[in-house]
Design a protein around this ligand. Structure first.
Ligand code: TZP
Ligand code: MG
Length: 211
């Protein structure tokens, strides 16, 4: 199982979630600024629409060799030849994915409560999301607000790469990385920013400073 996860700044994007702008341009700008992995998260799209959006994003990402992760849709992920998939604890499970998608390069799994850490699903995952570190209006159906102490607690329980998500911004990423995160994932800090490239650049600088 691949446990190497060199990525530091992870953009979670959707077609409609970029403040009226073209999500492909936002992704391109974000990568210029320092994003090195992108997840497509479409909660409402049909499979065919999701596939179409994913193909368009994939076309942009291949130019910079940036990996595409698909949120919670195995069919779309395999169909577009994504780098990997990310799932929560109510979704298709990492071990189910592992069993059918043999050349999947990264299975991400959201940790929403501590008991999950002992599960076989953590063992079947390549990386874990600490979800959410801080409460966020972007996703309100969350269970545990981990905080910095939660990041450190999960860090002590695993060597797997930890992705911190939930209200991450340039004022808090330094301490979140210091607490044990390997990678920072954002929606609003980039998608709602006036200048997505500059926003990514500032976040990336803070992350690098903390490493
Ligand atoms: N999973 C946990 S929090 C979250 C997701 C998808 C949303 C993060 O959005 P933001 O705007 O970066 O707080
Ligand atoms: Mg889900």
């Amino acid at each position: 199982m691949k446990e190497v996860f060199p990525y530091k700044l992870y953009l979670v994007i959707s077609e409609e979630g970029c403040a009226g702008r073209d999500f492909l341009q936002v992704a391109e700008q974000a990568i210029l600024g320092g994003v090195d992995i992108v997840q497509l998260r479409e909660k409402k799209a049909s499979n065919s629409k999701f596939r179409e959006i994913a193909f368009r994003l994939q076309e942009v990402l291949v130019k910079t060799d940036t990996p595409l992760i698909i949120n919670d849709n195995l069919e779309v992920a395999q169909h577009v030849g994504a780098y990997g998939i990310h799932v929560g604890n109510n979704d298709v499970t990492p071990s189910q994915i592992r069993a059918v998608w043999k050349d999947c390069k990264s299975i991400g799994y959201s940790i929403e409560y501590l008991a999950q850490m002992k599960s076989k699903e953590v063992a079947a995952s390549d990386c874990l999301a600490v979800s959410p570190v801080f409460k966020t209006p972007t996703k309100i159906d969350t269970i545990t607000e981990w905080g910095l102490e939660g990041v450190s607690q999960i860090r002590r329980e695993t060597n797997k790469p930890l992705i911190a998500i939930g209200n991450m911004n340039s004022d808090n990423v330094f301490e979140v990385v210091k607490a044990g995160a390997d990678c920072i994932a954002v929606v609003s800090a980039i998608c709602a920013a006036k200048d997505p490239a500059m926003a990514a650049f500032t976040l990336r600088n803070q992350i690098e400073k903390a490493l």
